[in-house]
Structure formats: C-alpha cells, structure tokens
Design a protein. Structure first.
Length: 428
C-alpha cells in the first residue's frame, strides 16, 4: 500500500476506536454505571495485559477489564458450564480452530457497526474467514505463521548455500542430506514428511499443502459451511490428492524421496538433536528451540511454495476476539476487543509474544531483526480455515494419512473419507 493509504487507514482506525470508546463512556456516564468486562482467552496473560495497557480503553474509568487465562484443552467444557450457570465471560479470545465450534454462542457484529470495507483494509487476508453474509464473527488479534527452520551445519557440510524456496527443491536435498545406516535405518533426514504421529505440526503442514494446492478445505457457500477437501475446484487433478501424493511419498520406502518413517522420534526432537535438515514449525516455537538446544546452529526462512502457483500461501493459526451472546455489556466488550487492534496495542502484543501483528499498516514496516522479518512476510501471505472441531479433525487427518501409508486405502479414497468426516462435523 502507498504511504498515503496507510496513513488514511491508520487515522480512520483511530477515529473509529475513539468513537466507540466515547460512545461506551457516554452510555456509562448517563447511567453512572461501570461496565465490568470479563474476557476469557487462550493467549498468555502477559500478552493480553501488554496490549490492553497500551490501548486507549485502559484509561476509560467507566470500563474495567478482567482477563482470565484458560487452558485450550479444557476451554470448551469450562465455557459451556459457565454459560449454563449464567456466569460466562463477556468476550473470548480463541484460536481460529475453536471459533466455529462455539459460533452459536457468539454475537455476529453487523456490518452497520463494523463495515466489511474497514475490516478488509485493516486486517490481513486470513482474517476474512471470520466474515459472514450478515457480519463479522470474530476480530483478528494475533497470528502465528508456519515458517521453515533449517540446520545451517547440515547445509554447509553438504555444500548447499540456501534453503529451498520451492517444494520441488526438496528432492535434491533428500539425495544429499538423508543418511541411512547399513541396515537402512534413517540416521539423518532432509525433511520429516509422510507420517502423522511423529511429525510435529502434521495437521498444520497438511493444511498448508492443501491450501497451496488450491483447496480452501472448508468453503462458505450460500450461507453454509461445507468441506471441499475432495472437490475438483476447476483443477485438472484433485488439489487435495496432489497435496497428499506429495506429502506421503517421503515415508514410502520405495520412493526416491524416502526420508522419514514412523520409527523415528518426533520431528521436533530430531531437529533439536541436529539430525533433521528442515523443520516446519510455528513462529512461536523459536524461543523454545533456542532454549532447548542453545548450541543448535539454525536459521529461519519462509515456507516453500508451489513453483507453478502465482499466489504465495502460508498457513497460520490466528487468535481472534468474539463477543458472547449472554453478555450484558456487549457494547463495552466490543469496544475492548476493538481497542486491542489499535496500532499501539498490537505493537505491545508483538513485544510480549514476538509474533507479527495482524494489521496491514504495521506489517508494511518490516523490522530489521532477521527472524521477525520472516515472520512479517509469512503473516502477509497466511491463510487458514474454519475448523469445526480441532480434535476431531486432527483424528480425521491422522486416519487419512495412516490409511494411505499402511496401504489400506488409495489416496482418493482416503481423501473422500476425510471430506465426509469434516462435512459431518460442520453440520453439528
């Protein structure tokens, strides 16, 4: 975007938030009452507090905010129980794969209140999965994109100067960087694709490959969500099948790309031990990797792309704020969520998490830090999908891969079964 357009968007955003805050203050002041807002979320309390304190709403004496950090695994059960008791929060901050499952508990923000044009101008494209015909389901707050970690020592020892930019370059790396002992056991691997249980982030990697191949996995059509995992989608071959063919070949012992099997440790641990050349992980993992092995000589780069595609695509988890239907202070809760998207709040959240912001204007200024610059560019091209049930679809993806690698099902058959499974989850 031009500097002028960025400035206009930033000014409009600030005015928009100020207007909401003033409206909330006017309503509160008219009745001499204070809105006590409770927000449940799965982001760290430190990140929320940093963003809140940097936002304009923190100085509003008529709105007080209490953030409660919840464990992602127990959130749904706690949320349902609290709503049944009439003690639920006013708003929640959840990852995108928990939003759809709880959609009936959230208010849809009408476009008359928060226009689609404002939303698209302010947030990266991945956030548009929260847009419905009648309004906004949730507001983007944070993003955690996939990146490629690469072992610099392995690359140097094999006289390879650069990490791959395209997926087809992996084949050459398998030939030079995968090592086997005299019994054929993999001792060093180029990439950890092909299996599920011992591939850290396997579901996210598969989602990435599906999205890059051309299938959005779940599509919003005629007011309803449906799975398109096994749909043709105007392609010569099934996009989903092309993605699965690529992924599973790396665990096929008869394939020239064979580089991984289910007897190996988790891909993260194999990378930490210095035996894996390429590890696909989230930006949020960088501190953990540095702490677990301070001596590991690694770097970070953008996710490889399909050489034939004209569109760059990455996969990212996105955290978003949604207003709970039961809230008695929905207007004030909305003003808090919007305040967390202010430039100052987003900058503070980035400082606390090292994750890139979700605002387009902030991403236009790429940082000089080598890791964060990769995170910024990854965020700009990121996509995701509205997962109906993260645990259930994880099992679906696992069954799909294991049925292929065990020879129990052809790729097309496994893809069709997964498509039917996701469709049934979307109807719940």
């Amino acid at each position: 975007m031009s500097n002028f357009k960025i400035a206009v968007i930033a000014i409009f955003s600030v005015c928009f938030v100020v207007g909401i805050v003033l409206f909330a203050m006017y309503k509160a002041g008219a009745g001499q009452t204070t809105a006590n807002i409770t927000i449940w979320g799965t982001i760290p309390g430190q990140a929320f507090n940093a963003a809140y304190k940097a936002s304009s709403i923190s100085g509003n004496k008529y709105v007080t905010v209490n953030y409660v950090k919840k464990d992602a695994d127990s959130f749904d059960a706690d949320f349902v129980e609290a709503l049944a008791d009439g003690a639920g929060p006013d708003a929640v901050i959840l990852r995108e794969d928990s939003i759809y499952k709880n959609r009936n508990k959230f208010l849809t923000i009408p476009y008359a209140t928060y226009s689609e044009r404002t939303f698209k101008d302010q947030f990266i494209q991945e956030g548009e999965m929260f847009l419905k015909d009648e309004g906004v389901m949730a507001v983007p707050l944070a993003i955690d994109p996939l990146v490629m970690y690469w072992n610099r020592d392995i690359f140097t020892n094999n006289l390879v100067s650069q990490p791959p930019k395209y997926w087809d370059e992996i084949y050459g790396l398998v030939k030079t960087m995968t090592r086997r002992d005299s019994s054929g056991n993999v001792m060093q691997s180029a990439i950890s694709f092909g299996e599920y249980n011992n591939v850290t982030n396997a579901k996210a990697i598969l989602s990435l490959l599906f999205l890059q191949a051309g299938t959005p996995i779940v599509s919003y059509t005629n007011g309803a969500y449906l799975s398109v995992l096994s749909s043709q989608l105007n392609s010569q071959v099934l996009p989903g099948q092309a993605a699965l063919d690529y992924y599973t070949q790396f665990s096929n012992p008869t394939s020239a790309a064979y580089s991984w099997n289910r007897s190996l440790p988790s891909s993260l641990n194999f990378f930490l031990s210095g035996n894996l050349s390429l590890y696909v992980g989230f930006a949020s993992e960088i501190f953990s990797i540095q702490q677990k092995n301070p001596n590991l000589n690694f770097d970070v780069t953008n996710i490889p792309q399909d050489r034939q595609s004209k569109t760059k695509i990455d996969f990212a988890h996105m955290y978003a704020g949604a207003i709970v239907k039961q809230s008695k202070s929905a207007s004030a809760a909305f003003s808090v969520i919007i305040a967390l998207t202010e430039p100052a709040a987003q900058t503070a959240m980035e400082a606390a998490t090292n994750l890139p912001p979700v605002r387009r204007d902030l991403l236009a200024n790429k940082p000089s830090d080598p890791f964060r610059s990769v995170f910024y560019s990854s965020a700009l091209v990121s996509r995701s999908w509205l997962d109906p049930d993260s645990t259930a679809t994880g099992n679906t993806f696992r069954d799909m891969i294991e049925s292929i690698t065990s020879g129990q099902a052809r790729v097309s058959e496994a893809l069709g079964n997964a498509n039917s499974s996701i469709d049934s989850l979307l109807l719940k």
